[in-house]
Design a binder for this molecule. Structure first.
Ligand code: UD1
Length: 417
């Protein structure tokens, strides 16, 4: 088991490059299943979830050629339409192979992801929409087993805004016969990026970036070349690190217009922001002001930044509330932050955070992907040394996190326990 050892209290100063977005790369990699030709991708981050998706695709017979952040996929000779439990259980986004497989090959067997630490996270909307498109779907021995002739365009209204649900259904619709309208579609930049990639492959999607996606089905998709957007959550995590260490960090190669809700909240906290076309500089002097946040779908404040803002509020001069409306169990970082001396109380979906002048290093345990980032950030600003355990969660979604932090002046090393 690997751990991070962090000696806190250093100001983080310098420049860091944002990686490609994990949550855009995963559906776009799954989209490689939709064509027999090469899909050439750039800016694909090198992290555990991407490796899992590539392994899953390779198991299906997809040819994968990877050089750094460039990945070429070819799904010209598929040997399997099954996504096995062993891989799906490590990454829920594996479910994104369901619709591409069914719409192109008429068959898929994808393990149900099951619960995960942050909540039950069902995939009922993916299944409901796929059935509406004409597939026969049943659950057999823990697998979603779907069969279909050519899917038929239809109108789908999802019961809630779902990011991967929207992505899966768009991928089903692109090769369906006729027109599909998806209402209540997710607006996240990662959904937009997937749609742009699909259109580059010959799909006909309109309304991209709105809550109504209209898809005219086509007979085949062709190869394409696409560059994955920057990871707004990784960038946001560095911004929070700048605030709590009272530092000065310039994040380059990012997309500020994808992060407006987060940037507004950083301003409210008292950070000084300079924003360019593809960069953001965050400077902080003194303790942050408390900022209350409530997670909602894009363009509101993202649930994937909730834990990091909880950490920021731990250092604030005053009390803030943090309300989580997307996932039912996403406060697992709270007891760990309290081990560092944070003052937090939870009432249902809301945490009240009373800022303290400083936290003190301790051994803490990462519980999920974004929670682990919040703990690392807290440890960077805490007095003394901390050990962050179970960092495989961090490795799932952050590319070379400790290397990037070290380049900004953090005292952080990875050790084997
Ligand atoms: C995606 C992101 C994740 C982010 C989340 C919300 C990826 C790979 N992951 O997850 O990082 O935290 O969006 O921004 O992009 N729901 C159902 N039934 C469904 C689908 C969803 O009840 O069929 C519920 C979920 O349990 C949750 C809410 O809808 O309460 C939103 O979930 P969703 O947007 O689907 O999250 P993911 O796509 O899994």
């Amino acid at each position: 088991m690997q751990q991070l050892k962090i000696n806190g209290g250093h100001r983080l100063v310098g420049e860091v490059r944002a990686s490609g977005a994990k949550n855009a790369a995963l559906p776009i990699l799954a989209a490689g299943l939709l064509t027999a030709e090469d899909l050439v991708l750039h800016n694909v981050p090198d992290l555990a979830d991407v490796r899992t998706m590539l392994q899953l695709l390779e198991g299906m017979g997809v040819r994968v050629d990877r050089k750094g952040t460039d990945v070429t996929l070819n799904a010209g000779a598929i040997v399997s339409t099954k996504a096995p439990y062993e891989l799906v259980k490590t990454m829920r986004a594996s479910v994104l192979t369901l619709c591409p497989l069914v719409t192109r090959f008429g068959h898929a067997e994808v393990s149900l992801p099951g619960g995960c630490a942050i909540g039950a996270r069902p995939v009922d909307q993916h299944i409901k929409g796929l059935k509406q498109l004409g597939a026969d779907v049943e659950i057999k021995e823990g697998y979603v087993v779907a069969r279909a002739g050519r899917l038929q365009g239809t109108r789908i209204v999802t019961d809630m805004v779902t990011v991967t649900g929207t992505e899966n259904l768009v991928m089903a619709a692109v090769l369906a016969e006729g027109r599909t309208v998806i209402e209540n579609a997710a607006l996240e930049p990662e959904v937009v990026d997937l749609c742009n990639c699909l259109n580059a492959m010959g799909a006909k999607i309109e309304g991209i970036g709105t809550s109504r996606l209209t898809v005219e089905g086509v007979d085949v998709l062709h190869g394409a070349e696409h560059t994955v957007i920057a990871d707004r959550i990784e960038a946001g995590s560095f911004f929070v690190a700048a605030v709590v260490t009272q530092g000065d960090i310039l994040v380059t190669h990012c997309e500020p217009h994808h992060m407006e809700a987060v940037l507004d909240k950083l301003r409210e906290a008292g950070a000084q922001l300079d924003i360019g076309r593809d960069w953001v500089r965050v400077r902080m002097t003194g303790r942050p002001k408390p900022v209350s946040v409530r997670t909602v779908p894009h363009p509101g404040f993202p649930t994937d930044m909730q834990a990091q803002f909880m950490t920021m509020n731990c250092f604030a001069e005053g009390t803030a509330s943090v309300t989580e409306t997307i996932f039912e169990n996403r406060f697992m970082h709270v007891p760990e932050l309290m081990r560092l001396g944070a003052r937090i109380s939870i009432d249902g979906h809301t945490a009240m955070v009373e800022g303290v002048p400083s936290l003190t290093g301790a051994t803490i345990m990462a519980t999920d992907l974004r929670a682990s980032a919040s703990l690392v950030i807290a440890a960077l600003a805490a007095k003394g040394s901390s050990t962050v355990d179970r960092i495989y969660h961090l490795d799932r979604g952050y590319e070379r996190m400790e290397e990037k932090l070290r380049s900004l002046g953090a005292d952080i090393v990875r050790v084997r326990a």
